[in-house]
Design a protein around this ligand. Structure first.
Ligand code: ADP
Length: 228
């Protein structure tokens, strides 16, 4: 359901960030993407939601060929892919409820459905009791849980996370991982770039290691690898 064939990405400044990637990720898989800084992890996952376009090669997501996808159809693609960032990217003046509801308001969902779905996902991330708070009144871990709630409120088939625990303390990070596991147990594909060795080595999943824009290792129930 995520398929890359001979994918290359060269940025306009000449940097070759992805240098020939072939990969298949099936519906319902949980995949860690690991590798040193600058290896091409972010570029690899940004191409999955068309934040970046490949210079060469084919990317298929749920049967859609991203190279042939018109810009006007990108919002439609994004509705089927939830994205979680290291720095949360919440709207600071909106409440927790409003931040999550926003994704549904833009697609003009019926207000009654919005309320039901927002409360349902806030319940999943255990933040229903803070629905009226604003982001600055929450801890980092709680803010990340809001951003996860926002990413799944459209019931996407895929959730992509770029270092979701990068700014969090270990306790909050484990809490975030429990939520991703729950989302994955419900059938959603999870692709997560991470530097968190403890998590990768403890919660064993498929590991794709990238170096110099290439996949150098791809193992089911792999470990983090790298000594440093
Ligand atoms: P990682 O996520 O593994 O740290 P990135 O995909 O962010 O790796 O970066 C891979 C390479 O591409 C790096 O050399 C980085 O400097 C470069 N790069 C990333 N984004 C851009 C960009 N927008 N323009 C030019 N070069 C970029």
């Amino acid at each position: 359901m995520i398929e890359m064939e001979d994918v290359y990405k060269q940025y306009p400044n000449g940097v070759l960030a992805v240098n020939g990637i072939n990969v298949q990720i099936k519906q319902g898989e949980f995949v860690y993407v690991v590798g040193p800084s600058g290896a091409g992890k972010s570029t690899f996952i940004k191409m999955m939601y068309r934040e970046e376009k490949p210079t060469k090669g084919t990317i298929m997501i749920n049967g859609i060929n991203l190279s042939k996808l018109r810009s006007s159809k990108v919002p439609l693609l994004r509705r089927n892919i939830g994205v979680v960032f290291q720095d949360f990217k919440l709207l600071p003046k909106l409440t927790v409820f409003e931040n999550v509801a926003f994704a549904l308001e833009v697609i003009e969902e019926h207000p009654r459905n919005i309320k039901r779905r927002v409360l349902e996902v806030l319940d999943l991330v255990k933040l229903k009791h803070k629905a009226r708070f604003i982001p600055s009144e929450l801890s980092g871990g709680e803010q990340q849980r809001v951003s996860i709630a926002r990413s799944i409120v459209n019931y996407p088939k895929i959730v992509i996370a770029d270092e979701p625990t990068g700014n969090l303390d270990p306790d909050s990070s484990w809490g975030i991982m429990e939520i991703f596991e729950e989302i994955n147990n419900r059938g959603t594909t999870v692709v997560m770039a991470t530097h968190n060795r403890e998590i990768v080595n403890k919660i064993r999943k498929r590991v794709i290691a990238i170096e110099g824009g290439r996949i150098v290792r791809d193992e089911n129930r792999g470990d983090y690898g790298y000594d440093s």
